[in-house]
Design a binder for this molecule. Structure first.
Ligand code: NOJ
Length: 557
């Protein structure tokens, strides 16, 4: 059996602080607001909170642009509030992991303020500065947030690199002094007693020497350049150094956000004997409904989802460790995405939770997922706050794309789908704030909210609570090996887990009509036990199991 660790046996809950709970009526969620909801999280049964950035920030990208890594954003509270939050979490047996955003800082960080002053400045080399080429940018890389990844700076007549917004200059990890400052900062937080880090786009910190042009894309001014900075040449060296200098000294959970990794890459990052990080967020299953261009949409094919999740389950077996997630602050809401947020909202939200939580890896729940919150449609772009969404809208509009087409892709893929405030009750502003919320509430808060969920025994909330509890009471869910079952079934995602003498069988109907599946022989005998299901009726005839729309069944023998 694989080695046991607390972070393999935990369920993590992600809080996006701006939208979680406002305690002072300014319309913005804050730390005291989170403290007031810790009993709720305890009731759900989660073990760890991942807190999205709460550091000082001008909020160009809602806190992912940090101007001081060792101070709390005024809007969120004070360092004393944060210390109280940690204490209150620990009192309840909840651990806290903080967001580590060190691929870039804010342009308002003291390092960058210095760096841009002159070429001789002591901090110049903390960032990535280059001369232009033929009167243009140093290379053709594009920013994730539209346009070039380079910004010209008048003061020294050079460009600096920013893979995200121009207020998020990339840090230069080639500089050992910069690396040491980052490690010291991490140690400072760990000494305060935190339980780990979620590491923002950590596989982008090592850039290819010479920052070469990417092959050009027909019809596009810029190219992504991903091959020159995702999983770059020194990435494993940097992470091993970070591990040696900092991480190895603490018993913590580290999860790296790593777009563009394969299961083989993931083993390199997470294998225990490599001393890098515990686990990763990969994106393959989140890209299955994407077309070619940015936020171009295509319907999910169930076969693709089976292929992808299965190859991650098998690829990391006994070698690394998966993270399991459907949602975060960058992704649309899963019940609207792979489920049915109308007639079958309750049923499909539970089915999706079942599929994920019965797999091997550490599960993550994003705020609101546990009550089946949905995507939102604001009719006008002015209601949207996300920089990526707004830049994309403007870029596409300029390129002549029809406004309705752009809005439609924002409805399906936009990041603000996940960022509307938490729906606590059916009072004005959903109980999130007494003031004016920083972003509109999803109008369906009158029906979908925590108060309602806590009053309804059949709610998504209680089902998630049971999923968490079921995982904790059954080692097979944590450590059992995975095998896909009847891969060719067009409507059901089914798999088995095996551990010691036990076998688990999971079957999830992904569609709105009834279907049947043949289950493994051993589950046809009397000994089988239903571990969890979103439909109490059982229609089993020999080995033929009938599943109603979005039904999920989990059996143990
Ligand atoms: C990934 C984060 O999850 C996202 O919200 C952010 O915009 C980028 N990294 C840049 O920090």
């Amino acid at each position: 059996m694989e080695k046991r660790y607390w972070w393999k046996e935990s369920v993590v809950y992600q809080i996006y602080p701006r939208s979680f709970m406002d305690s002072n009526g300014d319309g913005i969620g804050d730390l005291n607001g989170i403290i007031s909801k810790l009993d709720y999280l305890q009731e759900l049964g989660i073990d760890v909170v991942w807190l999205s950035p709460v550091y000082e920030s001008p909020n160009d990208d809602n806190g992912y642009d940090i101007s001081n890594y060792q101070a709390i954003m005024d809007e969120f509270g004070t360092m004393e509030d944060w210390e109280r939050l940690l204490e209150e979490m620990h009192n309840r047996g909840i651990k806290l992991i903080m967001d580590l955003v060190v691929n870039h800082s804010s342009d308002e960080h003291a390092w960058f303020v210095e760096s841009r002053k002159s070429k001789e400045n002591k901090y110049r080399d903390y960032y990535i500065w280059r001369d232009g080429k033929d009167g243009k940018e140093p290379n053709n890389w594009s920013s994730f947030f539209s346009g070039s990844a380079w910004q010209f700076d008048e003061a020294t007549e050079q460009y600096f690199l920013h893979l995200f917004s121009k207020k998020q200059p990339d840090l230069n990890w080639e500089n050992p002094q910069l690396r040491k400052e980052v490690y010291d900062m991490m140690t400072w937080w760990l000494e305060k007693g935190i339980d780990g880090f979620r590491m923002d786009v950590i596989n982008m910190i090592s850039k290819e020497k010479g920052l070469p042009d990417a092959p050009s894309v027909p019809g596009e001014q810029y190219s992504s350049g991903h091959e020159f900075f995702m999983n770059g040449p020194r990435i494993h060296e940097f992470l091993q150094e970070m591990n040696k200098e900092v991480l190895s000294k603490y018993d913590i959970l580290t999860v790296g956000e790593t777009p563009g990794v394969s299961p083989e890459d993931a083993v390199l990052y997470t294998a225990e004997d490599r001393n890098e990080v515990n686990t990763l967020f990969q994106f393959e299953h989140m890209d299955l409904d994407s077309g070619n261009g940015k936020w171009d949409v295509k319907p999910l094919q169930l076969a693709d989802l089976k292929w992808s999740l299965s190859r991650w389950q098998k690829g990391l077996e006994n070698q690394g460790w998966n993270s399991l997630y459907w949602n975060n602050h960058d992704q649309p809401r899963i019940v609207s995405r792979f489920g049915n947020d109308k007639e079958y909202r309750n049923k499909s939200a539970k089915m999706l939770g079942t599929l994920l939580h019965m797999m091997k890896g550490t599960p993550y729940i994003y705020q609101g997922e546990e009550i089946g919150m949905t995507n939102v449609k604001f009719s006008d772009i002015s209601a949207y706050k996300d920089i990526e969404t707004i830049n994309m809208y403007n870029e596409k509009l300029e390129a002549g794309v029809d406004k309705d087409v752009i809005m439609n892709s924002i409805y399906i893929k936009g990041r603000d789908n996940a960022r509307t405030p938490m729906q606590w009750d059916d009072s004005e502003h959903s109980g999130f704030t007494t003031g004016t919320p920083w972003i509109n509430i999803n109008p369906n808060y009158t029906e979908i909210n925590v108060k309602q969920a806590l009053e309804d025994k059949d709610s998504v909330f209680y089902y998630y609570k049971k999923l968490i509890h079921t995982r904790k009471s059954n080692d097979i869910i944590i450590y059992g090996s995975y095998d896909i079952w009847q891969e060719d079934h067009s409507q059901v995602f089914a798999y088995t887990r095996s551990f010691k003498e036990q076998t688990l069988f999971v079957a999830c109907n992904f569609y709105g009509d009834t279907t049947t599946i043949t289950i493994p022989d051993i589950f046809a005998n009397e000994q089988r036990q239903i571990l969890i299901t979103n439909d109490d009726e059982e229609q089993l005839n020999g080995t033929k199991l009938t599943l109603k729309p979005y039904e999920a069944k989990v059996y143990l023998v």
